[in-house]
Design a protein around this ligand. Structure first.
Ligand SMILES: Nc1ncnc2c1ncn2[C@@H]1O[C@H](COP(=O)(O)OP(=O)(O)OP(=O)(O)O)[C@@H](O)[C@H]1O
Length: 325
């Protein structure tokens, strides 16, 4: 899979002062969604595509699945341009958009599965084999005759993934597959994606806001911000970079003492004062950590303290801010 020097600009209509101007002299501006993004994905790989809101994740998936044409660059999926010969292309890929359903809302789940057989003209024997395997793997047997609208979000997502896999695609694209799911459902989706990748050597590209998806599914992450690729590699190297950075919560119950402690920390330590509230100071610190702990232990007005490492969301936010994004 090749995504080479891809840029995408959307044409956006500008709001004009009057309706008359709007009708007869329409003006447009360009909204840059992707800027010269390149990467390759090999067969059987699982790749996480991470970024904050508006970074360009969905635009990338839409280009890879032939829904959108890039303004510049070359996209080759399974050796072909996804915009050309769409009928052939869609038979070779599976797509799940977390915010759009391929299931028929009022009908039993099994009807949506049967419909896929007709749409993709899957031979009956292959379909039944696949269905049996996927239903067992995803543990959805008990609600095959339940109307989709009565399923929980987690059950629905498991069914969406089955729908995308019934025609045995070679690549699975997942756009925010765990959006809105509770912790248990997320784990079920992770386990399933892992299994299907291992057993069928299926290539998986998934976009996510959720760092837990990356940790559970893959070591390779591509990080995107404001349309540009910022990182492509082993996500643990980003995590390691920030591992020494600690957050220290300092509790002070004597309200009149907090200002003094704040100014001592400010003057004596190389650290970042993250938040200061009535009885708590949160400090971000890297090199001066041991000395800060000594200070805390020796300061009588400090009642309690807690040390935390950065969680993954905070690591990404820090990474973005260092790159001035
Ligand atoms: N059809 C469109 N017309 C104009 N601008 C668009 C269109 N679709 C997306 N954009 C803009 O392009 C940029 C990238 O959007 P995209 O949906 O790819 O981001 P994303 O990373 O998927 O965000 P989110 O996580 O919020 O879904 C954003 O600034 C968005 O506002």
């Amino acid at each position: 899979m090749l995504f080479s020097n891809i840029s995408k600009e959307y044409r956006v209509k500008k709001q004009q002062a009057s309706l008359f101007q709007d009708l007869f002299n329409r003006k447009y501006s360009e909204k840059v969604a992707l800027k010269d993004v390149s990467f390759q994905v090999n067969k059987g790989e699982v790749v996480g595509y991470i970024g904050p809101n508006g970074a360009g994740k969905s635009t990338t998936i839409k280009i890879m699945t032939g829904i959108l044409k890039p303004t510049q660059g070359t996209c080759r999926i399974l050796g072909v341009d996804p915009m050309e010969n769409r009928m052939q292309f869609v038979k070779r890929v599976g797509v799940v958009f977390g915010n759009r359903s391929n299931l028929m809302w009022d009908l039993p789940v099994i009807d949506s599965f049967n419909m896929m057989q007709k749409i993709y003209k899957i031979p009956r024997v292959d379909f039944l084999d696949n269905l049996h395997e996927l239903v067992t793997l995803m543990n959805v047997k008990n609600f095959l005759s339940t109307p989709v609208r009565q399923l929980s979000l987690g059950q629905q997502m498991r069914c969406e993934i089955i729908v995308a896999l019934l025609h045995s695609p070679e690549i699975l694209f997942l756009d925010e597959p765990t959006l809105g799911l509770d912790a248990r459902s997320k784990i079920a989706v992770h386990q399933f994606i892992k299994k299907i990748n291992e057993e069928k050597n299926l290539t998986v590209v998934l976009t996510t806001h959720d760092m837990g998806d990356i940790e559970a599914l893959t070591s390779r992450a591509i990080i995107i911000g404001k349309g540009s690729k910022l990182f492509d590699g082993d996500f643990s190297s980003i995590k390691d970079k920030y591992q020494q950075y600690k957050k220290v919560r300092i509790e002070i119950n004597q309200l009149n003492q907090i200002d003094e402690v704040v100014s001592q920390i400010k003057n004596d330590f190389n650290c970042e004062l993250m938040t200061i509230s009535a009885n708590e100071i949160v400090v971000g610190i890297k090199n001066d950590f041991e000395r800060l702990i000594q200070f805390i232990v020796n300061t009588e007005t400090i009642d309690n303290y807690q040390v935390q490492s950065l969680n993954i969301e905070e690591i990404i936010a820090r990474y973005y801010s260092e790159l001035d994004i």
